[in-house]
Design a protein around this ligand. Structure first.
Ligand SMILES: *[C@@H]1O[C@H](CO)[C@@H](O)[C@H](O)[C@H]1NC(C)=O
Length: 198
């Protein structure tokens, strides 16, 4: 009964998108590159609240996050200072054509634990995958698939305690420049993020 009432309210009021069971707004952080920004842009556009909005992570592939004192982590810490240390963090494994190793991925996870709130839940994914015939030239041939495989490897590794929610997908008509999402693609990614972690 109560749920029905709230659903009705949500359908009639733009202000009611936050359900009584939602995690607090901006309590979830993320790391990644411009492809993570594409997700965050779309997430904000489709009224996602839990995760931070975009914060200037363009070009920040795995190697930008392996040093815990890097400029990228300083940017992350600025967000954490603004919103409180995140109780959940999404790690997007993002690469240029030089790729990344599993050891580097483990370093990202360790650094994430250090910068997040104690006991934070960590989600891990690769870059978005693409429907047939498309890919991301910046990540190279099979680059997106390789990042997805690394994310699944980490999730299968009990010592890492991270969760793989699935892969993001960019479909035909959602790609701007041979890699990044257009406006429609961003919103599609944003809806996928909402389905993964609310
Ligand atoms: C694993 O992560 C969860 C949060 O997702 C946390 O509550 C738990 O304490 C962690 N377990 C270990 C052994 O670190």
């Amino acid at each position: 009964m109560r749920f029905t009432t709230l659903t009705t309210f949500a359908a009639t009021s733009a202000a009611a998108v936050v359900s009584p069971f939602a995690e607090p707004a901006n309590s979830m952080g993320f790391i990644g590159c411009s492809m993570a920004e594409n997700v965050a842009q779309g997430y904000v556009a489709v009224q996602g609240k839990r995760m931070w909005g975009p914060y200037g992570t363009s070009g920040m592939v795995v190697q930008s996050w392996t040093n815990t004192n890097s400029q990228s982590w300083q940017l992350f810490d600025q967000q954490a200072a603004r919103y409180g240390k995140p109780t959940a963090v999404w790690i997007q494994i993002c690469i240029f054509t030089n790729g990344a190793t599993y050891n580097e991925v483990k370093q990202l996870i360790a650094n994430t634990r250090q910068h997040a709130a104690p006991g934070a839940m960590i989600y891990i994914t690769g870059q978005p995958l693409y429907s047939a015939g498309q890919s991301c030239f910046l990540a190279g041939v099979n680059g997106p698939e390789n990042t997805d495989a690394l994310a699944q490897q980490a999730a299968a590794d009990a010592s890492q305690n991270v969760t793989y929610p699935g892969s993001f997908l960019l479909k035909q008509g959602e790609v701007l420049d041979g890699c990044h999402a257009n406006t429609q693609g961003q919103q599609s990614l944003g809806r996928q993020a909402l389905a993964f972690w609310g």
